[in-house]
Design a protein around this ligand. Structure first.
Ligand SMILES: [Zn+2]
Length: 245
């Protein structure tokens, strides 16, 4: 696996989804793959300064798997293991991130979606979501949210499954805030998370995390359907820039 990963490292790939194609050239910009993250590649090379050149909305993590990252309106936040949101310095580095310049093509009013599954089913009713990459922003009032974050890991790094055994889970009730996320088709498994993946931040930008469960009272969703993925791997020179177990 290591060898295959390294063989890929000299490459960066542009993958184009079949289906809807916008005349505008827009892409989702992705650092590394979910498979690399699952295998414990928690140190990347891309700074947030670079990342900001490729998007103003997104999710991800920081080197060492130090918390959950959420970006909206060009502001990047780290949700640390204490569940609180901290602005990210431009010099910080990410091992895994997905960003895009968010220009929603479709707006949708949402109401009374009592759990995460019902939210996903509602978004799935849009025909455009099926075969496209979707960037999604939902501003709303939530009766309940369950979110998580994770502490920065020490070397030798455990795999993601083991690292998440020590995740911190937070329950929020009656909050306004924003979900930022993406939907990737099933065939993107390994490259990214198939289906929906959201991070949350409260309206006052003080708390948040990776979404585990939610009860949405009402909200406004904006969706962008994007057919291009600009994928950059971490170990671009093949010298092993990332540590792993
Ligand atoms: Zn996440």
């Amino acid at each position: 696996m290591r060898r295959i990963f390294l063989a890929l490292c000299a490459l960066f790939l542009t993958v184009t989804a079949v289906g809807h194609c916008s005349a505008e050239t827009r892409a989702i910009y992705q650092i590394s793959t979910i498979t690399a993250l699952k295998e414990g590649v928690y140190d990347g090379r891309a700074t947030f300064r670079e990342l900001k050149e490729h998007g103003d909305l997104g999710i991800g993590t920081l080197n060492g798997l130090d918390g959950e990252m959420i970006a909206l309106d060009g502001e990047f936040f780290q949700i640390k293991v204490d569940g609180k949101a901290y602005p990210i310095m431009d010099s910080a580095i990410t091992p895994f991130a997905i960003v895009t310049f968010f220009r929603p093509e479709l707006q949708l009013s949402l109401r009374n979606l009592p759990n995460f599954l019902s939210l996903q089913r509602r978004l799935d009713t849009l025909p455009q979501t099926r075969d496209n990459f979707c960037a999604i922003r939902i501003d709303g009032t939530f009766a309940y949210l369950k979110v998580r974050s994770v502490a920065g890991q020490s070397k030798p790094y455990p795999g993601l499954e083991d690292a998440l055994k020590n995740q911190a889970v937070f329950e929020l009730k009656g909050v306004r805030g924003t979900l930022v996320g993406f939907r990737f088709p099933l065939y993107m498994e390994g490259v990214n998370v198939p289906g929906y993946h959201f991070h949350f931040i409260t309206e006052d930008k003080k708390q948040g995390g990776h979404l585990l469960e939610c009860n949405l009272e009402e909200g406004q969703a904006g969706l962008a359907f994007i057919a291009a993925l600009d994928l950059r791997l971490n170990e671009q020179d093949g010298t092993g820039g990332s540590e792993r177990k």
